[in-house]
Design a protein around this ligand. Structure first.
Ligand code: ADP
Ligand code: MG
Length: 389
């Protein structure tokens, strides 16, 4: 780290005990002015800014934070964030601990007071580890409008441009593939009329391979289109553990090949959720695949289920490479990928499907340690909650 620059204020502070009353008064006034300047800056921000302790106690809140959470000036400091936003603490699902290496967290959550709102939270740890110095800077952005308009149009513009592209691809690739198939059949027929020989066998073998590849291409396109074509979910009573077990057994081969150990701690008595089985499979598949791709042989994927009054949570924790802090906010953008040969569509699809299920996806990650993807589904028997009024 470059050495910290010392301002003239720092120099004065260093000579604190040699200051007389007049100079002290000047100093206090200057400190107050500097503090006022920073407060003014923070108060002009659209985003809510909070500083909280590990216990969730709010030490600083700017104006926008008061507006978002629905409290008047100066009412936030001293309150506990977990209490003001019920469900937030449990949805974070991380251990808040002085000694732990803490991840940067991003989350979407709903506020119902003073009006229903969707807020994107971005939580960054800072300050000394140990000795009670650990803090979180919490940035809150109101994304209600964005989310609403997204839901109204079902897909945002980027997504619809992908759909357009996909439709184009299907159209463009379908015809040449058809023609390839037909011509391969013709060649096959002609070959059969020729005298048998070693050469002809070799050509026939090549043609067989071509046919196989054409079929594979066709399959890739079909899957790709299925993956991104938005379909309204066919919601039925569903046991998440059951679907998860199916997906894991389907992926067993790949997991074993890569020497990845999966520990699924889901319960049979998990509360029922309303979900589309096929779409669920796709979500689980995408998440497990990402985890596998992030891990080295010998890696471990732990899947855990938990519930509260309203929600069922499924957490997928891998011991993979983790995600760079600057990439965390771009995970759901279509085409965002860090992989050679990646499409950058997997998480976009997961997010869309989760939203259509009234649920959410949250991701926290620590570079070099691993990633936790948490899915949150509303319980079918969810009680109507009375929030603070
Ligand atoms: P793709 O897998 O095609 O790259 P995704 O939308 O599935 O597209 O994922 C986008 C990016 O998010 C990935 O390229 C990767 O950088 C990151 N990512 C997703 N899941 C994980 C994970 N479990 N561990 C590390 N990085 C991940
Ligand atoms: Mg993926």
């Amino acid at each position: 780290m470059p050495p910290k620059k010392h301002s003239s204020l720092d120099r004065v502070l260093g000579r604190l005990d040699s200051l007389d009353a007049v100079n002290l008064t000047n100093l206090v006034q200057r400190l107050a002015r500097e503090r006022g300047l920073f407060e003014d800056i923070f108060n002009t921000l659209q985003e809510g800014v909070l500083v909280i302790t590990l216990d969730g106690e709010i030490e600083y809140a700017n104006l926008a934070a008061h507006r978002l959470i629905g409290l008047g000036d100066d009412e936030l400091v001293g309150q506990t964030l977990w209490r003001l936003v019920p469900g937030l603490r449990s949805s974070l699902g991380i251990a808040l601990d002085e000694d732990a290496a803490m991840p940067v967290v991003t989350r979407e959550f709903e506020l119902t007071y003073p009006e229903p709102r969707t807020v994107q939270l971005y939580m960054v740890p800072f300050g000394e580890q140990h000795a009670g110095g650990r803090r979180f800077a919490v940035i809150l952005s109101d994304i209600t409008r964005t989310k609403q308009s997204t839901e109204e149009r079902i897909e945002n513009e980027r997504t619809s441009s992908i759909l357009l592209l996909a439709a184009g691809v299907a159209h463009e690739l379908g015809n040449p593939l058809n023609s390839l198939t037909i011509h391969l059949q013709l060649i096959n027929r002609k070959l059969k009329k020729l005298k048998a020989s070693k050469e002809i066998d070799a050509v026939a073998e090549s043609i067989r391979i071509c046919e196989g590849e054409v079929k594979r291409l066709d399959g890739i396109i079909t899957n790709f289109l299925e993956a991104i074509r938005p379909q309204p979910p066919d919601l039925r009573e569903t046991n998440l553990s059951e679907v998860l077990a199916e997906v894991l057994s389907f992926q067993q081969r790949e997991l074993a090949d890569r020497d990845i150990r999966v520990e699924a701690e889901t319960r049979d008595d998990l509360p029922i959720v309303m979900a589309d089985r096929n779409q669920l499979k796709q979500i689980f598949f995408n998440i497990v695949k990402n985890a596998v791709e992030a891990m080295q042989p010998g890696g471990r994927l732990r899947i855990k289920a938990r519930t509260d009054d309203d929600m069922v949570y499924l957490a997928f924790a891998d011991s993979g490479a983790g995600i760079k802090q600057e990439d965390l906010t771009r995970l759901f953008q279509p085409y965002h990928t860090t992989k050679t040969g990646g499409h950058g569509l997997g998480l976009m699809v997961v997010q869309r499907i989760m939203r259509e299920h009234g649920g959410q996806i949250g991701i926290e990650s620590k570079e070099g340690l691993g990633t936790v993807v948490t899915l949150q589904f509303p319980r079918k028997d969810r009680r109507v909650r009375m929030l603070r009024s």
